[in-house]
Design a binder for this molecule. Structure first.
Ligand code: SAM
Length: 273
């Protein structure tokens, strides 16, 4: 069954009385090359974790390549659909909200003993929290399709114009690669914006810091008011601006490198001691 074919999708939707929900970010891929290319990033023999299998076009490609696949789908209405479209024995569809699941428990139950790569066409309304959660999970690699502007932010170097709080989180935990762009016309229904696929290879942080959680609280405070100078943003969040006095005067959050954020966190840590 070609799950990227419009007529096939229409037939499945009719058979199961299924209607795509905008609120759940249901934009299904109709270009078969895209799920194939995403699945090809999963190393052979790995366990694959998919978030939001939808009608199953990426899931079947993953089943071909990975040792096992666990696919988490929130929409109950898609479960009978997936039972027909993804009959492969090495796939388990898990009904649930990915944000509420424990990834270590999910992997222990469905992909035990396997190195794990994530592959997903993410629901756009919840991209950033999902990526943040994956960066803290015991997975080796994350290949995700997201809105193009989000992809640019995920892959931007810290300190540059595109930098945001998520940029720092990615740079801290992963090597990011911008793989390829996918036009809005490759989806049904077509979203308003283009998309891009990024690959994050998780690794140890490249810089040492005494208190990682404190550093990310400072990052959050700094980017919460990105029009302000960093000193003023920190001040409004209740941090003593004098501790940040060693930073260049007037610097804004997006201009700091990872090493500078780490130095800032270490300075607050020392000030608290
Ligand atoms: N993988 C399919 C494809 O590429 O055609 C569908 C991708 S669609 C952009 C996103 C999918 O994520 C939908 O099936 C939607 O129901 C599901 N979804 C939305 N929120 C979710 C959540 N919190 N947890 C798990 N799945 C979710």
């Amino acid at each position: 069954m070609n799950l990227c074919d419009r007529a096939t999708i229409a037939r499945i939707c009719k058979k199961y009385g299924f209607q795509a929900s905008k609120g759940l970010g249901q934009n299904f891929l109709i270009d078969p090359a895209v799920p194939r290319r995403i699945a090809e990033t999963v190393p052979e023999g790995y366990g694959a974790l998919e978030i939001g299998p939808g009608l199953g076009c990426l899931t079947v490609e993953l089943a071909r390549r990975a040792a096992k696949v666990a696919a988490v789908e929130l929409d109950r209405a898609l479960l009978p659909v997936l039972a027909e479209t993804v009959p492969q024995q090495n796939v388990t569809v898990v009904h649930g909200d990915f944000m509420k699941l424990s990834v270590p428990e999910l992997l222990a139950e469905h992909l035990p003993g396997l190195p794990v790569a994530v592959a997903a066409n993410l629901p756009y309304y919840i991209t950033t929290p999902i990526v943040m959660k994956l960066l803290e999970s015991p997975v080796e690699q994350v290949t995700v399709m997201v809105q193009k502007e989000v992809a640019e932010r995920l892959c931007a170097p810290p300190g540059g114009d595109e930098s945001g709080a998520i940029t720092l989180a990615v740079a801290w935990r992963a090597k990011a690669e911008y793989l390829f762009e996918v036009p809005a016309a490759s989806f049904w229904p077509a979203p308003k914006v283009d998309s891009a696929v990024v690959k994050l290879t998780l690794r140890e942080p490249p810089v040492a810091v005494q208190d990682e959680a404190l550093m990310f609280r400072l990052v959050k405070a700094g980017f919460a008011q990105r029009r302000k100078t960093l000193t003023n943003a920190l001040k409004s969040a209740g941090y003593d601006p004098a501790t940040a006095a060693f930073l260049p005067a007037g610097i804004r959050a997006e201009r700091l490198t990872l090493a500078q954020w780490a130095a800032l966190a270490d300075a607050y840590c020392a000030a608290q001691a």
